[in-house]
Design a protein around this ligand. Sequence first.
Ligand code: ADP
Length: 561
Amino acid sequence: AATKAPGDPLVLPPNTSSEHFRNFIERAREITGSENVFVVEREDQLVDGNYMEPNKTHDMHHLFDRSYFASSATVAPRNVPEVQAMMRLCNEFDIPVWPFSIGRNTGYGGAAPRVPGSIGLNLGKNMNRVLEVNTDGAYALVEPGVTYYDMHQYLEKNNLREKVWLDVPDLGGGSIIGNAVERGVGYSPYGDHWMMHCGLEVVLPNGELIRTGMGAMPDRTAGHRDGLRPDEQPGNRAWQLFNYGFGPYNDGIFTQSSLGIVVKMGIWLMPNPGGYQAYMITFPRDEDLHQVIEIIRPLRVQMVLQNVPTLRSLSMDAAVHHPKSYYTDSDAALTDAQLDKIAKDLDLGRWNFYGALYGPEPIRNVLWSVIKESFSKIPGAKFYFPEDRPEENSILRTRAQTLQGIPTYDELRWIDWLPNGAHLFFSPISKITGDDAVLQYQITRKRCEEAGLEAICDFVVGMREMHHIVCIVFNREDPESKRRALWLIRTLIDDCAKYGWGEYRTHLAVMDQIANTYNFNDNAQMKLNEQIKNSLDPKGILAPGKNGIWPQSYHKDSWVL
Ligand code: ADP
């Protein structure tokens, strides 16, 4: 950086001279128009922003220096051929590129690339059309820039919510494609977003364009015709209806991956169930966790619990209500006595369970009676509907929106637990058993206490397992707080690996560490992943290092963090 030439970015891509970079940027401008190219030249251009105004250049929740995970420039293609042209250009110039759809990716790295100085390929800025909503087939076809909020507005504006509902995650600002390809989750019966995707259009690292599943088959009855650009050809009529097509099923390799850029994706929508009721059940004692989980398992596996319900530690709901300084002057994590008092004050349990019933009233009544009877075995369990809770500041009222596919922006309030609040997620998978949940919770709490950070825990119950989401909140302007957060997640990853618990997704900073825990049979899966990577992307230009997969062109040992 001492010899920074005019026009140089703050962080050059690896092994790239100033002149080479300038030539690259000139060519990128020819492809996308200069209004769609932004070079990060100075530190003061790295503005963290906030959830509503996220930056596109680095991780707002920086664990290292702000400029460590930063791109050299962002480029926003206007259409699929420009994405293809950018991939060819990056190959020609040997410059790494990191695609993102919206770049919020909160808690996992934001828009930041794994390799400092990569080009951030901003797909969402210009490619943001809802291409189709089909109510008979109950699906949508979208481009990368379509957020949950956009789709919700589209359904509202066109009076389509009477017919179909969208599944949304905690916050509405993310990309439908970005979330599904990272295998993110929501909370309605359609909460497993990747399970509910159907059909992809993907630009490969060499610039080639493919469609997966039934999309691989041209369909003249759908309007497919000679002379139209491939990306503009209407899709096969069953593209969004049947996932597998013929031959090996390719879609999975484009999730959490560095093998392609998803430019179109089908997503199933839930037919309007014809009735809905959200509820909360509170459990008074920390020790109730074991029994609660044992009750949840059979109900969820049988789908008496129809949606992806969540069991939240009191600390999470407390943090949505107030910052830590409201409850205590101490720097330490809250004690059990303090948590018991807060539970009383907020009229919540030490564990709080959020779910919903879907269907006409008779169906809901039957399900509710089974659910109520099951959880009533726990002494002190209390049952609430949204109208039983205060109008202001009610988490149940927010969840009642989320669980019927109406996106909100309220949930991230727990980020203000500490001043200059930033966060990262630690998210191990757990079996749905009392023993597993209690042990994970105890390990988490113990390590959080050692780090002086709060254990903010959320068990998100999938069809056969739980995503245990631990929100690690730290002060991003305090180096000591950042150091402790990094120590905490690194220690938890190792602790959990000893029990065979692995994370479902992670922040850039610990991708290598987690990849290394999935090492059955001498890292056989990583060897396969590297083989595929090297064959589809011989120069290693697409998202090198993502999820711990390093191309042959990188000296892995010197990159691993
Ligand atoms: P969010 O939807 O939360 O804003 P991002 O758009 O930042 O999330 O996407 C999160 C991550 O998912 C990115 O860092 C990238 O690795 C991957 N990703 C997002 N969109 C695409 C895409 N269209 N093709 C391939 N990978 C993508």
